[in-house]
Design a binder for this molecule. Sequence first.
Ligand code: CA
Length: 531
Amino acid sequence: MTAAVGVRRVASISYALWETASMKPHGKTPAMKTSFSVLPWPRVLLAIVLAFLAGDRAWAAKRPHVLLICVDDLKPLLGCYGHATVKSPHIDRLAARGMVFEAAYCNQAVCAPSRNALLTGLRPQTLGIYDLGTNFRQAVPRAVTLPQQFQRHGYRTEALGKIFHVGHGNHEDPASWSVPHWKANVVAYALPESRAPAGLTREEALFSNQRGNTSNLPRGAAWEAADAPDNAYPDGRIAEEAIRRLHKAKDQADEPFFLAVGFVKPHLPFCAPQKYWDLYDPAKFELPTPAVPPQGAPNFAPTGWGELRQYRDMPQSGPLNEAQARRLIHGYHAAVSYMDAQLGRVLDALDETGLAERTIVVLWGDHGWHLGDHGMWCKHTNYEQAARIPLIVAAPGVEAGSKTRALVETVDLYPTLCELAGLPASPGLEGTSFVPVLHDPAATTKESVIHVYPRGQRLGRAIRTARHRLIEWKRPGAAADAAVLELYDYHADPQETQNLADQQPQVVAQLRTLLDQHPEAKPQLRTSKKP
Ligand SMILES: [Ca+2]
């Protein structure tokens, strides 16, 4: 399909949605006007109610469905992002149906704050929540989440697996879903030898909200290759449930759905059936370079990858040896291919049920991952490999197989999905709809995105433009001249090897102007109140 045809199709879809939105039963129809003068009042009221219901059904029956695929810790190391080694045929298949966002960024490179940004449309520095355990409703008790907004406009909202962050003291958001959330464990092993001899491992305890000191618990395996079927792990079971829900939805055509499917791999531990490990020859992986933090970076900016050190046989300090690094890279790839296969089953069901034509499909990763680059592992930084996310949108009218370099960020998804579905966005959202980009891959909706990461008492606020990233590290509320700065030029230095803040004060000043357009960040919310 050409770009022009794609634009026309989007335009016609938008128009159709606008037209059906006008059918929403709050206006008078001509039939209602004529009956008004001749019918007695009880019959008038009955006629109005019937018209309301009929209009509502007709309105709902034409709404697009939404399938939101959230993937935990998936970086854009995928075939559709130009990486030949990784086997991600089903994500690539989805990309071939829609638009790949090559410059999409999270708002904070860790699970809970990133998901809060997706689901509330508010940035971490607005909520004042940078940790895993503080529930977003402690900051905004009456927030209307993205699924809630769809629910209020006639959608049945359902969630499987990891959507909101559950664990570390945090919990799901029942108000967001029309039916109870379908739970899945992030940390799950198929083999007894991977687990603790008795009881839970540290990470199992944290993700299942066990109280008390977890640091005394045994550590579980960081990876697992089991001769086991796909449904031995949560993502296989999530896919099976998603397929069941899609087949059920086929029979409820007058009720549009918002189905959020949260796959938990490739989050650590890298557990996957053996056949997905067998897709790769570990000797062929290139070990990442550079293996050191950027030159001139403040010593607090890199991550010490404490998350990985929670697992068995991982060093408690210092680097991995080459065998460990190679095994982890292999495990990450195996976990991606396993998750990808589960996505493939869901996409097959979308086709088999005939729902695909009427469904907006979004694949979103909650943040990136340091897979050994800079000598780092996991996420938890403001650097490119942690902040950049995979984002694919396939929707009626979006040009198949298109790509864009437009800058977008996680908070943009809430207003975008509302606009695509013809719903109003809730007031106060911080993102910008990128529907103009879906119309035209060359369009842009913003010149920079912003993301944050805390380090001790400091917060790093990062502005990312098409060329640069400026990171301002200071306590929230402290004077700007107290900040420690990092500046990277991705045109001259794509590997982010050198902090240029001292050498390029003019660029720093330009980027600080962009940063100053954002409100000062709130400090971390401190409260024991549970909503
Ligand atoms: Ca995550």
